[in-house]
Design a protein. Structure first.
Length: 146
């Protein structure tokens, strides 16, 4: 494989590796569907994947200025395009997994908050019940004294 010695290949590989880090380390991911594209808004940049032919992705900063665009359409016999297609697939998979992880985290957080509210309501109801019982006992004592 002569790709390893190709400067363009090494540069593209570094770009993909950096994008993978950005996807994995982002704090917030928002996914939106635009036609045949999936757009993932990360903390510092946006990645748009065109998932139908021609497969490609575009990376833009938050102002919308394009940083990099890579044609990743699979072409049998073209070694660099096969590798780009694999990178495209891996990056898209990582973005989808990160988005699913965030959704799962939000659902989990909502469940925890609901359980906490239910517990607080039960504790409040128990305290009110105890207060009513104490008031009844006090009333009974006062009546006996009369």
């Amino acid at each position: 494989m002569f790709l390893i010695f190709n400067k363009q290949f090494r540069t593209e590989q570094k770009i993909i590796n950096e994008l993978m880090k950005k996807v994995k380390n982002t704090k917030k991911v928002i996914k939106s569907l635009i036609g045949n594209s999936e757009k993932y808004e990360l903390d510092t940049l946006d990645i748009t994947f065109n998932v139908t032919k021609p497969q490609k992705f575009v990376v833009a900063d938050k102002t919308g200025e394009e940083i990099v665009s890579m044609d990743c359409e699979f072409q049998d016999g073209n070694e660099i395009q096969c590798v780009r297609f694999n990178w495209f697939s891996e990056l898209l998979k990582a973005a989808r997994e990160r988005e699913q992880k965030e959704i799962y985290g939000r659902v989990k957080e909502e469940q925890i908050m609901a359980a906490r509210r239910a517990l607080e309501a039960a504790v409040k109801a128990q305290k009110e019940k105890e207060a009513i019982e104490a008031a009844m006992c006090n009333s009974l004592k006062r009546i006996k004294k009369l």
